[in-house]
Design a protein around this ligand. Sequence first.
Ligand code: AMP
Length: 252
Amino acid sequence: MKILVAVKRVIDHAVRVRVKPDGSGVETANVRMSMNPFDKHAVEAAVQLVEAGAATEIVVVSIGPKQSTDVILTAMAMGGHRGILIETEARVETLAVAKLLRAVVAEEAPDLVLLGKQAVDDDSNQVGQMLAGLLDWPQATFASEITVVDGGLEVTREVDYGRATVSVPLPAIVTADLRLNEPRNAALPMVMKARSKPLAVRPVAEFGVDVTPRLTIEKVSPPAERPGGKLVGSADELIAALKGELSELEAL
Ligand code: AMP
């Protein structure tokens, strides 16, 4: 089985995101960036399938600026075999990302495409589903368990009412949820080794996909500041504080 894994470079999840003073977006200059957390679970799942003898090759793909090679290298340090960077400085919307991935699928002919369930920068949760639609492939989203069975996969999904297991024939699209696995931290020798793995950097124009944004961002503003919490020393103090807040609300 050949696996394609899509990884996105986003603002590190531990960074406090700041809105630019002119409201045109969020500050990314001099901000720590890293692999989208859900994508780490997708890479880990691919590596585990190789370790279990169920897959033979992992191709890692990212769409973004030159610096996105960092997240491809991280994925290759975790166990990916080679990487493709589709280089662009522009903001690429989800449908264009899905179309670019479709073009890579046409070239690489993977049996499985693994993605994160969503990118934590814009929280779209769209690319995997769009790619499945464009390719007319079966999809299993929000995967928390993947089992290889004869002719396909059994995927346990996180759903509103709990967990549901679906069977998908290959080729298929699977998007990873947080409970899927515990992503490994690549040891230094693996990080060094990743640097000698093949990484193709290709301009977005090579793929013949119109990446012109269809959405205009009018304004980005930070959420309203939340008032700080109060610490109370006892249950009695808590009741008194709640009563105080209740009478304040009643007085409104
Ligand atoms: P989204 O639909 O934007 O929330 O993203 C869902 C998943 O699609 C992510 O977790 C990634 O696996 C993949 N993805 C989104 N944008 C990119 C990108 N620019 N490059 C590579 N993969 C991406």
